[in-house]
Ligand binder design. Sequence first.
Ligand code: FAD
Length: 523
Amino acid sequence: MGEPAGLTTRTLPRSVQILVAGGGPVGLACAVELGRRGVGCLVVEPRTTVSRARPRCKTINVRSMQHLRRWGIAGQLRERSPLSPDWSTDAVFCTALAGRELSRFTGILGLVPDGDRFPELGQQAPQYVLEELLRDVVRELPACQLSTGYTVTGVEQDDAGVRVTVTGRDGRTAVVAADYLIGCDGPRSVVRDQIGAAYAGGTALRPNFGLVFTAPDLWRHVRHGPAVHYWIINSEAPALMGPIDLHGTWWFIAFGVDQETGEKEAARLIDAAAGVASGAVVRSTDPWTARMQIADRMRRGRVFLAGDAAHLNPPFGGHGLNTGLGDAVDLGWKLAAGLDGWGGPALLDSYQAERRPIQERVIREATANMAVTSPELLADNLDAGDAAGMRARHAAAERIQQAKRPEFHSLDLVLGVRIDRSPVIAAGPGTAALLPHTWLAPGRSLYDELGEGFTLLVRRPGGGGSIEQAARTRGVPLRVVEMPGTNGVALTLVRPDQYVAWAGDREPADSLTLIDRIRGAGA
Ligand SMILES: Cc1cc2nc3c(=O)[nH]c(=O)nc-3n(C[C@H](O)[C@H](O)[C@H](O)COP(=O)(O)OP(=O)(O)OC[C@H]3O[C@@H](n4cnc5c(N)ncnc54)[C@H](O)[C@@H]3O)c2cc1C
């Protein structure tokens, strides 16, 4: 675009390897994954600052924390987070903050260690804390540019590339040429529309009213000790709430409350949930309705969708953003491999093949979590001081334990997801699982030994020579790591995203065929 000097669009490059539409958490994560690999990346984002009004995601799960560890920023997220994992690992169910306890779960959401199972605990942090950190990381990556105040408004593509129309706040436009475009522009994705994709799925019937309030004295009235979630089972205000920090800032979700009622009755709802006159001051509001939707395609040609632009799930269990980060990592290393010359066409095809079953499972499990929330747990006599009250609370506790356990102890979903039917996995019939984690020494994780490309774990020195040679022939980056102490198979080939691509006790008959399959250039 020949553009006169002085226009806001002047600061945009004319061409870039990857353009990321949307600098929410998923778009920023794409840029981190790509930028660390030296891929030139432009993130186009309308919001000049990260809004603190809508904390939304609070649960950064252990899998996402593994990615942050690999990126070298897990510690920074913890430092910036207002609640540390050792503050509490509990979810409490009660009739009010100052009311009776019904039941509780401890060690929830990956906030406690589980043997060797993962190297990083989960972290409770408002979404804006993660977004601010990722913005800082992207700004520091030499290969990346974050351009705020711009919106993607048009997409055209052919075999050679994508032309993305970007509009500044003054309404002026520029066209940026890119090798690939990733649409991370959230639920109302322009990119999704532009590639002719559409969400399929449903919307929950119940409105919910989210808000943030401050009430510095409220802790004095909390009868249940520290918790990250307080589920309020009380017919005046069936709700879910928790601390954002320890200085009196809280997030609050009133179930079944529409925007009009919520705006009018916020103070009453908070006081009913607290069980005392809380003196709360509402700082921001965020009405939302759960959606169970997935785009009918995640790719057209050189354009991909990731995160909420591609799939939406109810927030119960804390999976939406985390699943989007998984998309970003999967797509990021694969696009980088293609641009680096060693990734074949099946590698990009594998993005949808590998991610879609995971997204569908997340939607299913999050929908199941939504089936029982505070309104469904209401019952007579929960607050009664007599025998009827004890019976009601006993029955409620049983129901809570049975219905909500999978939501709080979901490591099988978070870490156990298998990649089925992938065209770029050689282990088993196209099925792969995460490399089992182990500690090599205090603070030193097996995952810390893995390379940016593939890693071949060998039990004996000199093992896997033909695989190493085949990788070299095809230009596939491969680090060989000797792990003499491990009891597993003799050779384990691990992908950049910590999934096992192939494992065996002997080198394969044809290592070139193996390497071609995992780099997406197989027959
Ligand atoms: C109440 C609630 C609680 C939640 N809790 C959790 C939780 O605990 N754990 C969890 O994992 N998830 C949670 N989520 C889900 C999480 O908030 C989303 O999954 C997450 O924000 C998705 O990130 P994203 O980057 O894909 O999309 P978004 O966060 O929507 O970001 C999209 C970005 O694109 C930008 N954009 C929009 N249009 C354009 C355009 N045309 N061009 C360029 N940029 C554009 C937007 O400004 C925005 O910054 C929760 C959601 C809700 C509602």
